[in-house]
Design a protein around this ligand. Structure first.
Ligand code: PAF
Length: 282
């Protein structure tokens, strides 16, 4: 695996790759890699001929009081994991490389509607930061495909929309959430949890499943089901941000005609704000 620290060097390499008519798959990450990220690389290897992973802790998507400064930077370990997964190129740009003129001086990409709801409501500006950095990484790499985890389902929909709206040529591929044996969705923020908190955090996925089972059994009063989900999480001691049942395409409140749904939850357990979701077809 080749590790590249600046855009010009990456683009030189990509020119050679394209001259050989090889397709390029992009796996953007913020590092501190876990099984979910490696799954993205494995999926990319199945579809794209050359896989480029990026590690960039993006300051623009962290709000005030969030964990940007303390976000674990584990480049050595991450490199070993990517090597083992047969990643071809690792791109590790600096903040100056991505935001040359400073964070507030450059163009910001903002996807309307979707960015303001759910996690966007709790983390103002977060999705503008994500949309901006992903647009830059897609433009730098001109990737044929880019891979994102479905655990961040709202992020996945926002990226799909920006690619469509800006007519970017990259195909966006969502990859199934990787879970611990307990059901807890893999996340870099699980590292902040104590053994007890990790045990407690299982409640997020079990509650999503509980509500999905009720919907599958025919219950359709989504307002009541959201309240049950919220209450179940709260009773376990979690500090709940939201528990929502939405259609899977626009994240709107489903009508009785919507067959493809997503149940989403965000809750703070111990020091970590965790998110998860469950897709279901009725
Ligand atoms: O999901 C993430 O890790 C980040 O939001 C992403 C897509 C790498 C953008 O910084």
């Amino acid at each position: 695996m080749q590790t590249i620290f600046n855009t010009a060097d990456l683009q030189k390499q990509l020119v050679k790759i394209r001259a050989n008519k090889l397709s390029v798959g992009l796996v953007p990450t913020m590092g501190n890699l876990h099984g979910g990220h490696i799954r993205l690389v494995e999926e990319a290897k199945k579809i794209s001929e050359i896989v480029v992973s990026t590690i960039f802790v993006n300051p623009m998507q962290f709000g005030e009081g969030e964990d940007f400064a303390n976000y674990p930077r584990t480049l050595g370990k991450d490199k070993a994991k990517l090597e083992a997964a047969n990643c071809d190129i690792l791109f590790v740009p600096t903040v100056e490389e991505i935001y040359g003129e400073g964070l507030s001086a450059g163009t910001v990409i903002s996807v309307p509607g979707l960015s303001l709801d759910l996690c966007g409501n709790k983390r103002p500006g977060h999705f503008d930061g994500v949309a901006t950095v992903v647009t830059k990484l897609l433009n730098i790499s001109r990737a044929d495909q880019a891979f994102f985890g479905l655990k961040d389902y709202q992020q996945y929909l926002i990226i799909r929309k920006l690619v469509k709206d800006l007519a970017l040529p990259t195909q966006i591929i969502g990859v199934k959430t990787e879970r611990e044996t307990s059901g807890l969705a893999m996340s870099s923020r699980n590292n902040y949890l104590s053994v007890d908190e990790k045990q407690k955090a299982k409640v997020i996925f079990s509650t999503l499943k509980l509500i999905a089972e009720k919907i599958i059994a025919g219950e359709r009063n989504y307002v009541v089901l959201e309240k049950i989900g919220f209450q179940t999480l709260q009773n376990s001691g979690a500090e709940v941000d939201y528990f929502a049942i939405r259609n899977d395409e626009f994240l709107q409140t489903p009508t009785l005609r919507n067959r493809n749904l997503v149940i989403l939850a965000a809750a703070k357990i111990g020091p970590s704000r965790l998110i998860d979701n469950l897709l279901l077809t009725i």
